[in-house]
Design a binder for this molecule. Structure first.
Ligand SMILES: Nc1ncnc2c1ncn2[C@@H]1O[C@H](COP(=O)(O)OP(=O)(O)OP(=O)(O)O)[C@@H](O)[C@H]1O
Length: 250
Protein backbone atom coordinates (compact mmCIF):
# COMPACT_ATOMS: atom_id res chain seq x y z
CA UNK A 1 0.00 0.00 0.00
CA UNK A 2 1.44 3.34 -1.06
CA UNK A 3 1.81 6.09 1.53
CA UNK A 4 1.52 8.61 -1.26
CA UNK A 5 -1.80 9.91 -2.49
CA UNK A 6 -0.24 11.12 -5.68
CA UNK A 7 3.02 10.30 -7.43
CA UNK A 8 4.06 11.70 -10.78
CA UNK A 9 7.25 10.91 -12.64
CA UNK A 10 8.31 12.70 -15.76
CA UNK A 11 4.74 13.88 -16.29
CA UNK A 12 4.39 15.82 -19.53
CA UNK A 13 1.07 17.25 -20.77
CA UNK A 14 -0.25 20.15 -22.75
CA UNK A 15 -2.04 21.14 -25.90
CA UNK A 16 -1.07 21.28 -29.52
CA UNK A 17 2.16 23.27 -29.83
CA UNK A 18 2.14 24.11 -26.15
CA UNK A 19 3.60 21.97 -23.37
CA UNK A 20 2.31 23.12 -19.99
CA UNK A 21 3.50 20.41 -17.63
CA UNK A 22 7.12 19.53 -18.29
CA UNK A 23 8.73 16.56 -16.58
CA UNK A 24 6.79 17.06 -13.39
CA UNK A 25 7.95 14.93 -10.43
CA UNK A 26 5.62 15.06 -7.43
CA UNK A 27 5.35 12.93 -4.30
CA UNK A 28 2.31 14.02 -2.32
CA UNK A 29 2.01 12.10 0.96
CA UNK A 30 -1.35 11.00 2.31
CA UNK A 31 -3.10 13.54 4.50
CA UNK A 32 -1.40 16.61 3.05
CA UNK A 33 -2.58 20.02 1.91
CA UNK A 34 -1.01 21.33 -1.30
CA UNK A 35 -1.63 24.87 -2.52
CA UNK A 36 -1.20 24.91 -6.30
CA UNK A 37 -0.32 28.39 -7.53
CA UNK A 38 0.82 29.93 -10.80
CA UNK A 39 -0.08 32.50 -13.41
CA UNK A 40 -3.29 32.35 -15.40
CA UNK A 41 -2.60 29.78 -18.07
CA UNK A 42 0.30 28.13 -16.20
CA UNK A 43 -1.32 24.69 -16.39
CA UNK A 44 -2.98 24.31 -12.98
CA UNK A 45 -6.34 23.20 -14.37
CA UNK A 46 -4.49 21.14 -16.97
CA UNK A 47 -2.84 19.16 -14.14
CA UNK A 48 -6.31 18.45 -12.72
CA UNK A 49 -7.55 17.43 -16.17
CA UNK A 50 -4.76 14.87 -16.33
CA UNK A 51 -5.51 13.53 -12.86
CA UNK A 52 -9.24 13.24 -13.58
CA UNK A 53 -8.54 11.19 -16.69
CA UNK A 54 -9.67 13.89 -19.13
CA UNK A 55 -6.38 14.44 -20.87
CA UNK A 56 -3.57 12.47 -22.47
CA UNK A 57 -0.10 12.63 -20.92
CA UNK A 58 3.26 10.94 -21.01
CA UNK A 59 5.17 9.75 -17.95
CA UNK A 60 3.82 8.01 -14.87
CA UNK A 61 0.99 8.98 -12.55
CA UNK A 62 -0.15 6.96 -9.54
CA UNK A 63 -3.15 7.64 -7.34
CA UNK A 64 -2.80 5.82 -4.01
CA UNK A 65 -0.40 3.38 -5.62
CA UNK A 66 -2.59 2.66 -8.66
CA UNK A 67 -1.45 3.53 -12.15
CA UNK A 68 -3.79 6.25 -13.42
CA UNK A 69 -3.89 4.51 -16.80
CA UNK A 70 -5.68 1.61 -15.12
CA UNK A 71 -8.38 3.79 -13.61
CA UNK A 72 -10.97 4.46 -16.26
CA UNK A 73 -12.96 7.20 -14.53
CA UNK A 74 -11.04 8.34 -11.43
CA UNK A 75 -13.85 10.45 -9.93
CA UNK A 76 -16.66 7.97 -10.63
CA UNK A 77 -14.56 5.15 -9.16
CA UNK A 78 -13.86 7.09 -5.97
CA UNK A 79 -10.12 7.46 -6.58
CA UNK A 80 -10.58 11.21 -6.16
CA UNK A 81 -13.17 13.93 -5.78
CA UNK A 82 -13.04 16.97 -8.04
CA UNK A 83 -14.51 20.42 -7.59
CA UNK A 84 -14.07 22.26 -10.89
CA UNK A 85 -13.83 26.03 -11.25
CA UNK A 86 -17.31 26.27 -12.72
CA UNK A 87 -19.84 23.68 -11.70
CA UNK A 88 -23.14 24.72 -13.23
CA UNK A 89 -26.54 23.17 -12.54
CA UNK A 90 -29.40 24.09 -14.82
CA UNK A 91 -32.37 22.55 -13.03
CA UNK A 92 -33.93 23.69 -9.73
CA UNK A 93 -32.83 21.54 -6.79
CA UNK A 94 -32.98 21.97 -3.04
CA UNK A 95 -29.56 22.49 -1.46
CA UNK A 96 -29.95 19.56 0.95
CA UNK A 97 -30.81 17.24 -1.95
CA UNK A 98 -27.72 18.32 -3.83
CA UNK A 99 -25.48 17.79 -0.81
CA UNK A 100 -26.82 14.31 -0.06
CA UNK A 101 -25.83 13.27 -3.61
CA UNK A 102 -22.28 13.19 -2.26
CA UNK A 103 -23.34 9.76 -0.92
CA UNK A 104 -24.24 8.54 -4.41
CA UNK A 105 -21.29 6.18 -4.78
CA UNK A 106 -21.94 4.50 -1.43
CA UNK A 107 -25.64 4.10 -2.24
CA UNK A 108 -25.33 2.87 -5.82
CA UNK A 109 -27.48 -0.17 -6.44
CA UNK A 110 -29.73 0.52 -3.48
CA UNK A 111 -33.32 0.95 -4.55
CA UNK A 112 -34.29 2.67 -1.32
CA UNK A 113 -32.26 5.79 -2.15
CA UNK A 114 -30.69 7.91 0.53
CA UNK A 115 -31.18 7.02 4.17
CA UNK A 116 -31.95 9.14 7.22
CA UNK A 117 -28.29 8.76 8.11
CA UNK A 118 -27.26 10.16 4.72
CA UNK A 119 -29.43 13.21 5.32
CA UNK A 120 -27.98 13.59 8.81
CA UNK A 121 -24.50 13.63 7.24
CA UNK A 122 -25.69 16.21 4.71
CA UNK A 123 -26.99 18.42 7.52
CA UNK A 124 -23.74 18.02 9.43
CA UNK A 125 -21.71 18.96 6.33
CA UNK A 126 -23.86 22.04 5.73
CA UNK A 127 -23.32 23.05 9.32
CA UNK A 128 -19.54 22.63 9.00
CA UNK A 129 -19.35 25.00 6.04
CA UNK A 130 -21.70 27.47 7.73
CA UNK A 131 -24.56 26.95 5.27
CA UNK A 132 -27.29 25.38 7.41
CA UNK A 133 -29.55 28.34 6.65
CA UNK A 134 -29.42 27.45 2.94
CA UNK A 135 -30.53 23.81 3.34
CA UNK A 136 -34.03 24.23 1.93
CA UNK A 137 -33.31 26.87 -0.68
CA UNK A 138 -33.21 26.40 -4.44
CA UNK A 139 -29.54 25.93 -5.28
CA UNK A 140 -29.76 27.71 -8.65
CA UNK A 141 -30.91 30.94 -6.96
CA UNK A 142 -27.93 31.16 -4.57
CA UNK A 143 -25.01 33.54 -5.05
CA UNK A 144 -21.79 32.13 -6.52
CA UNK A 145 -20.13 32.14 -3.11
CA UNK A 146 -23.05 30.37 -1.43
CA UNK A 147 -23.06 27.75 -4.19
CA UNK A 148 -19.37 27.16 -3.58
CA UNK A 149 -19.99 26.41 0.11
CA UNK A 150 -22.69 23.93 -0.88
CA UNK A 151 -20.31 22.11 -3.25
CA UNK A 152 -17.75 21.86 -0.44
CA UNK A 153 -20.41 20.34 1.81
CA UNK A 154 -21.18 17.78 -0.91
CA UNK A 155 -17.49 16.86 -1.19
CA UNK A 156 -17.47 16.07 2.52
CA UNK A 157 -19.95 13.27 1.91
CA UNK A 158 -17.85 11.61 -0.76
CA UNK A 159 -15.54 8.80 0.27
CA UNK A 160 -12.56 9.84 -1.88
CA UNK A 161 -9.33 10.42 0.02
CA UNK A 162 -7.83 12.76 -2.59
CA UNK A 163 -9.58 16.03 -3.37
CA UNK A 164 -8.85 18.34 -6.27
CA UNK A 165 -10.26 21.81 -5.68
CA UNK A 166 -10.03 24.41 -8.46
CA UNK A 167 -10.13 27.85 -6.83
CA UNK A 168 -12.69 26.96 -4.15
CA UNK A 169 -12.59 30.43 -2.56
CA UNK A 170 -12.75 32.40 -5.81
CA UNK A 171 -16.16 33.94 -5.21
CA UNK A 172 -16.14 34.01 -1.43
CA UNK A 173 -15.92 37.07 0.77
CA UNK A 174 -12.99 37.55 3.15
CA UNK A 175 -14.71 35.87 6.09
CA UNK A 176 -15.63 32.71 4.14
CA UNK A 177 -12.26 32.54 2.42
CA UNK A 178 -10.52 32.27 5.76
CA UNK A 179 -13.15 29.85 6.98
CA UNK A 180 -12.77 27.57 3.96
CA UNK A 181 -8.98 27.42 4.25
CA UNK A 182 -9.29 26.61 7.93
CA UNK A 183 -11.88 23.89 7.16
CA UNK A 184 -9.60 22.39 4.52
CA UNK A 185 -6.87 22.16 7.17
CA UNK A 186 -9.30 20.56 9.58
CA UNK A 187 -10.36 17.98 6.99
CA UNK A 188 -6.73 17.13 6.25
CA UNK A 189 -5.96 16.64 9.94
CA UNK A 190 -9.14 14.99 11.17
CA UNK A 191 -10.29 13.08 8.09
CA UNK A 192 -6.83 12.47 6.66
CA UNK A 193 -7.85 13.89 3.28
CA UNK A 194 -5.20 14.87 0.77
CA UNK A 195 -6.17 18.18 -0.78
CA UNK A 196 -4.70 19.79 -3.87
CA UNK A 197 -6.13 23.29 -3.95
CA UNK A 198 -5.60 25.65 -6.87
CA UNK A 199 -5.65 29.20 -5.58
CA UNK A 200 -4.59 32.75 -6.35
CA UNK A 201 -5.25 33.65 -2.72
CA UNK A 202 -1.62 33.81 -1.54
CA UNK A 203 -2.54 35.91 1.51
CA UNK A 204 -4.22 32.93 3.15
CA UNK A 205 -1.30 30.54 2.72
CA UNK A 206 1.77 31.42 4.85
CA UNK A 207 0.45 30.07 8.15
CA UNK A 208 -1.07 26.85 6.85
CA UNK A 209 0.74 23.55 7.34
CA UNK A 210 1.30 21.86 3.99
CA UNK A 211 3.06 22.34 0.69
CA UNK A 212 3.28 24.90 -2.06
CA UNK A 213 3.47 23.95 -5.74
CA UNK A 214 4.22 26.87 -8.02
CA UNK A 215 3.48 25.69 -11.56
CA UNK A 216 4.92 28.90 -13.00
CA UNK A 217 8.36 28.09 -11.57
CA UNK A 218 10.95 26.81 -14.08
CA UNK A 219 11.07 23.44 -12.27
CA UNK A 220 7.90 23.16 -10.20
CA UNK A 221 8.22 21.07 -7.05
CA UNK A 222 6.65 20.72 -3.62
CA UNK A 223 8.01 23.15 -1.07
CA UNK A 224 6.91 23.55 2.54
CA UNK A 225 4.30 26.27 2.99
CA UNK A 226 5.70 29.14 5.03
CA UNK A 227 6.20 32.88 4.85
CA UNK A 228 9.47 32.60 2.93
CA UNK A 229 8.22 30.21 0.24
CA UNK A 230 4.97 32.14 -0.27
CA UNK A 231 6.88 35.43 -0.47
CA UNK A 232 9.26 33.91 -3.04
CA UNK A 233 6.35 32.59 -5.11
CA UNK A 234 4.65 35.98 -4.95
CA UNK A 235 7.82 37.77 -6.07
CA UNK A 236 8.20 35.31 -8.94
CA UNK A 237 4.58 35.64 -10.05
CA UNK A 238 4.72 39.44 -9.93
CA UNK A 239 7.78 39.49 -12.16
CA UNK A 240 6.87 40.03 -15.81
CA UNK A 241 9.77 37.85 -16.97
CA UNK A 242 8.04 34.83 -15.40
CA UNK A 243 4.82 35.10 -17.45
CA UNK A 244 3.87 31.85 -19.22
CA UNK A 245 4.24 33.32 -22.69
CA UNK A 246 7.87 34.06 -21.86
CA UNK A 247 8.90 30.45 -21.39
CA UNK A 248 6.28 27.82 -22.12
CA UNK A 249 5.93 27.78 -25.90
CA UNK A 250 7.46 24.77 -27.55
N1 LIG B 1 -8.38 22.51 -25.32
C1 LIG B 1 -7.38 23.38 -25.36
N2 LIG B 1 -6.63 23.54 -26.48
C2 LIG B 1 -5.60 24.40 -26.53
N3 LIG B 1 -5.21 25.16 -25.48
C3 LIG B 1 -5.92 25.06 -24.35
C4 LIG B 1 -7.04 24.16 -24.22
N4 LIG B 1 -7.52 24.26 -22.95
C5 LIG B 1 -6.75 25.17 -22.34
N5 LIG B 1 -5.79 25.64 -23.15
C6 LIG B 1 -4.78 26.65 -22.82
O1 LIG B 1 -3.84 26.08 -21.93
C7 LIG B 1 -3.39 27.07 -21.02
C8 LIG B 1 -3.45 26.54 -19.62
O2 LIG B 1 -4.75 26.41 -19.20
P1 LIG B 1 -5.11 26.03 -17.70
O3 LIG B 1 -6.60 26.05 -17.65
O4 LIG B 1 -4.42 24.78 -17.30
O5 LIG B 1 -4.50 27.25 -16.88
P2 LIG B 1 -4.58 27.62 -15.35
O6 LIG B 1 -3.20 27.59 -14.80
O7 LIG B 1 -5.58 26.75 -14.67
O8 LIG B 1 -5.10 29.11 -15.43
P3 LIG B 1 -6.16 29.97 -14.58
O9 LIG B 1 -5.43 30.47 -13.36
O10 LIG B 1 -6.48 31.10 -15.52
O11 LIG B 1 -7.34 29.11 -14.28
C9 LIG B 1 -4.22 28.30 -21.25
O12 LIG B 1 -3.44 29.23 -21.96
C10 LIG B 1 -5.38 27.82 -22.09
O13 LIG B 1 -5.81 28.79 -23.01
Amino acid sequence: MSHYSLLTQNLVAGYERRVLLRNLFLSVPEGAFVAVVGHNGAGKTTLFRVLTGQMAYTGQVQLHGRDLRHIRRPAAEGALAHLPQRNAISFPIEVRELVVMGRFRQRRGMLAGYTTQDYALADEALEQVGATHLAHQNFTLLSGGEQQLVWLAQLLLQDARLWLLDEPTQQLDVYYRRRVFSLLQQWVQERHKTILCITHDLDQLPNLPGYLLNLSAPEPQLEPLNEATVAAARAWLENEASLPTAHSRT
